[in-house]
Write a protein that binds this ligand. Structure first.
Ligand code: HEM
Length: 391
C-alpha cells in the first residue's frame, strides 16, 4: 500500500498549486492512502474513469464531502449524492430542460446577454474576467432559468460558493462556510415557494414534480440546491480559467478566428484546471486497485484535477495548455450516471462569452498593471480576479 501521510491537500500552498502534489500521488501508484484525511485517493486518469463508471462499487451516497455532517445535511437527497433508482428519479425531473434540444433553444437569448455584457465593458478594454464578465453572466443565466429574483444574484453566488467549500475536511474553511450553506437551504425554502416562483422556471418544474408525486415534497429543496449550486462557480471558473490560459499563452487569435471550435477550448481548459478538483465516493465492497485492497465502506477521492494532468494519459505536454489538443476524454465533467447534468448548458454559456469577446476584441492579453489572484477553496479551483485587456 502507498501511504502519503504528511500532506494536507487543503493548506494554502497546496491549494495555490496542487499539481506538484498530484504528480507525486500519481507516481506513488494507482491508489494512495491520504493518512492526514483518513481517505484513499485515485490520482490517475484511468483509475478515476474506472471508478466513475462503476457506481455499484463506488457509491456517491454519504460519500461526496469529507465530513459526515455535510454528507448528511447538505448532500442527502441531492441528485449528485444519490445512487440507483432514487438517483434516476431525481435526475429525470429536469432532464427535459437540460437536454441538448432545450438548451439549444436558449442560444439566442444567451448570445444576446453575453454580447450586451461585453459591449458594456469599458471603452479602453480593461476589465476583470471574473467580476465584470463571467460572474454576472453565469449568475444572471442561472437566476433566470431557476426563476429566482435577479437582485439576489450576489447573495446566491456567495452562498453557492460556500456550499461547495463545506465539502472539504474539518478545517477553518469548511467551518466558516457551514452557516452559509445552511443559509442556502433557508433561502430556497423562503424564496423558492410555489407562490413566488414561476411555474415554467426550473425550480417551478421541481414543484410540479412534487405535486405530481414524481418526488417527495421533502426532496424539492435539496433538488433545487443541486442545480442552483452546481451551475454557478463551476461555469464561472471554467470560463475564467479558459480566458486566463488563452490570454497568457497567446492562443486568443486561434480562438477568435474559430480555428478551433469553442467546445475544444472548453475541454482543454477543463482538463487543465478542473473547476471541481475532486468528489468522494464510498466503496460498497472490498475492492482491489493495483496491489492495494480498499476495504468496504471506505472513502475514496476521485481527483479530477490530477486526472487532467496525468502524463500516462495526456503525454509529456500534459501541463501545457494547447487548444489544438484533443481533450475530449477529460473527466472534469464526471462520467457515467453522475456525469454533469448541466454540461450542454455550460458549453452554450462558454460559447456565448467566447463569441461576444471575439466579436469585440482582436487581441486579448493579460493586464500588465494587475496580478491575477486565486480564489483558494476546498473543492473548487478558479480565480478571484483575472485582469485582462482587450483591444
Ligand atoms: C463547466 C462547468 C461545470 C463543471 C466543470 C461541472 C462539473 C460537474 C461534475 C464533475 C459532476 C459529476 C459529479 C460526480 O461525479 O459526482 C457534475 C454533476 C452535476 N452537474 Fe455539473 N458542472 C458544470 C456545470 C453545471 C451546470 C451549468 C449545471 C446546471 C445548471 C450543473 C449541474 C450538475 C448536476 C445537477 C450534477 C449531478 C448529476 C448527477 O449526479 O446525476 N453543472 N458536474
Amino acid at each position: 500500500m502507498h501511504a502519503f501521510g504528511d500532506i494536507d491537500l487543503f493548506d494554502d500552498a497546496t491549494l495555490s498549486d496542487p499539481y506538484p502534489t498530484y504528480a507525486r500521488l500519481r507516481e506513488l501508484g494507482p491508489v494512495v492512502r491520504l493518512e492526514a484525511h483518513g481517505v484513499w485517493a485515485l490520482p490517475r486518469h484511468a483509475g478515476v474513469a474506472a471508478a466513475l463508471r462503476d457506481p455499484a462499487t463506488y457509491s456517491s451516497e454519504r460519500a461526496l464531502a469529507l465530513t459526515d455532517p455535510v454528507n448528511d445535511r447538505f448532500l442527502a437527497g441531492t441528485v449528485v449524492g444519490t445512487d440507483g433508482a432514487a438517483h434516476a428519479r431525481l435526475r429525470r425531473v429536469l432532464s427535459r430542460q437540460l437536454a441538448p434540444r432545450a438548451v439549444k433553444s436558449l442560444a439566442l437569448g444567451m448570445h444576446e446577454r453575453a454580447r450586451a455584457l461585453v459591449e458594456g465593458l469599458p471603452g479602453d478594454g480593461v476589465f476583470d474576467a471574473v467580476a465584470d464578465l463571467a460572474a454576472p453572466f453565469v449568475a444572471g443565466v442561472v437566476m433566470r432559468l431557476m426563476g429566482l429574483p435577479e437582485q439576489d444574484r450576489v447573495l446566491l453566488l456567495e452562498l453557492a460558493d460556500a456550499t461547495f467549500d463545506t465539502f472539504g475536511p474539518d478545517n477553518a474553511r469548511t467551518r466558516a462556510a457551514f452557516p452559509h450553506a445552511e443559509e442556502m437551504f433557508r433561502y430556497l425554502d423562503r424564496v423558492a415557494t410555489r407562490d413566488r416562483i414561476s411555474a415554467d422556471s426550473w425550480l417551478g418544474a421541481i414543484h410540479t414534480a412534487a405535486d405530481r408525486g414524481d418526488i417527495d415534497e421533502a426532496q424539492a429543496v435539496p433538488l433545487m440546491l443541486s442545480y442552483t449550486v452546481a451551475g454557478m462557480d463551476t461555469t464561472i471558473h471554467a470560463i475564467t480559467s479558459a480566458l486566463y490560459l488563452s490570454a497568457h499563452t497567446g492562443q486568443w487569435a486561434a480562438i477568435r478566428d474559430r480555428a478551433v471550435p469553442g467546445e475544444a477550448v472548453l475541454a482543454e481548459a477543463l482538463r487543465m484546471e478542473a473547476p471541481i478538483q475532486f468528489f468522494g465516493r464510498r466503496t460498497t465492497r472490498e475492492v482491489r486497485v493495483g496491489d492495494t485492497r480498499i476495504p468496504a465502506g471506505d472513502q475514496v477521492l476521485l481527483l479530477y484535477g490530477s486526472a487532467g494532468r496525468d502524463r500516462g494519459k495526456w503525454g509529456p505536454s500534459a501541463d501545457t495548455f494547447d487548444v489544438t489538443r484533443n481533450s475530449r476524454d477529460h473527466l472534469a465533467l464526471g462520467a457515467g450516471i453522475h456525469q454533469c447534468a448541466g454540461n450542454h448548458l455550460a458549453a452554450l454559456e462558454f460559447d456565448a462569452v467566447l463569441t461576444a469577446l471575439a466579436t469585440r476584441f482582436r487581441n486579448l492579453a493579460p493586464n500588465p498593471d494587475r496580478v491575477p489572484t486565486r480564489r483558494l477553496h476546498n473543492i473548487l479551483r478558479g480565480w478571484h480576479t483575472v485582469p485582462l485587456i482587450g483591444e
